[in-house]
Write a protein that binds this ligand. Structure first.
Ligand code: G3P
Ligand code: MG
Length: 243
């Protein structure tokens, strides 16, 4: 059955990548959460999407130019709310508390925001921290920076990686295999019926993003994708229960 991942939490309703967004997504009944990680100037892992602070906080500059203490003075303004930028540890702790209270197991897709800014060592530090809260089989590490995935997989072959892509790839199953990838994480617009059946024929596991239309989600669920990453997890969970 297709797993539903809350994209940056329940970011269609709450400020993306904040504790309230993750908490609400968990309460909606997600199978998993997706989030983005960066290093602060002092090497702490924080959960935020953009490299630059401005869109969400109004502050100038980049995440990597601020210490964690400075980041903690900022507020995310979105969806008519204000919230703090969480550390990765705070989100992991929230998941752990939820798992204990609910008896559910939650998948976590951690996306390394490596690429235009480089964060040497982010893969190792993130993986080590995640493993102190969740077992390996509940963790998927993804990135558009495939060097980051290669770095993690080379050091830890048991770590599950998801190969993110915005554009359609030629024979993606071959490329994913080259990276020893566990999942292909394509933008949903790159998936048509033909492509999906080829991916299925090659046993490529697919978690696709960011699907907010229930019509599109229905087609993808019926086609047997492994996971869907959405800003509106409640809508897709309701849809899934009717199929
Ligand atoms: O991991 C899926 C999706 O989050 C990738 O794109 O830009 O929303 O992080 P983005
Ligand atoms: Mg992301």
């Amino acid at each position: 059955m297709t797993q539903i991942f809350g994209h940056r939490g329940a970011s269609g309703y709450y400020p993306e990548n904040t504790l309230i967004s993750f908490e609400k997504a968990l309460e909606m009944g997600v199978d998993g959460l997706e989030l983005d990680v960066h290093f602060t100037q002092d090497g702490e892992l924080v959960v935020f999407h953009d490299f630059e602070l401005h869109r969400l906080t109004g502050e100038k500059g980049f995440i990597f130019q601020k210490t964690l203490a400075e980041i903690k003075t900022l507020k995310v303004h979105a969806k008519n709310r204000t919230a703090s930028i969480p550390t990765l540890q705070e989100v992991l702790s929230l998941i752990q508390v939820f798992e204990k209270a609910s008896g559910k197991k939650i998948m976590l897709n951690v996306e390394f925001k490596a690429g235009s800014v480089h964060y040497p060592g982010i893969e190792e530090k993130t993986y080590a921290l995640c493993l102190t809260y969740l077992p390996n089989q509940q963790l998927i590490f993804s990135s558009f920076d495939h060097y980051a995935l290669k770095t993690l997989k080379s050091a830890h072959p048991e770590a599950q990686i998801g190969v993110l892509s915005t554009a359609a790839l030629i024979d993606p199953w071959k490329y994913v295999n080259t990276l020893h990838g566990d999942f292909y994480h394509p933008h949903f617009m790159t998936l048509n019926e033909k492509e999906l059946s080829k991916l299925k024929a090659h046993d490529t596991k697919i978690n696709t993003y960011t699907v907010n239309s229930t019509d599109t989600a229905k087609k993808l669920i019926l086609a047997g994708v492994d996971g869907i990453i959405t800003d509106y997890p409640d809508k897709l969970i309701a849809l899934k229960s009717k199929l």
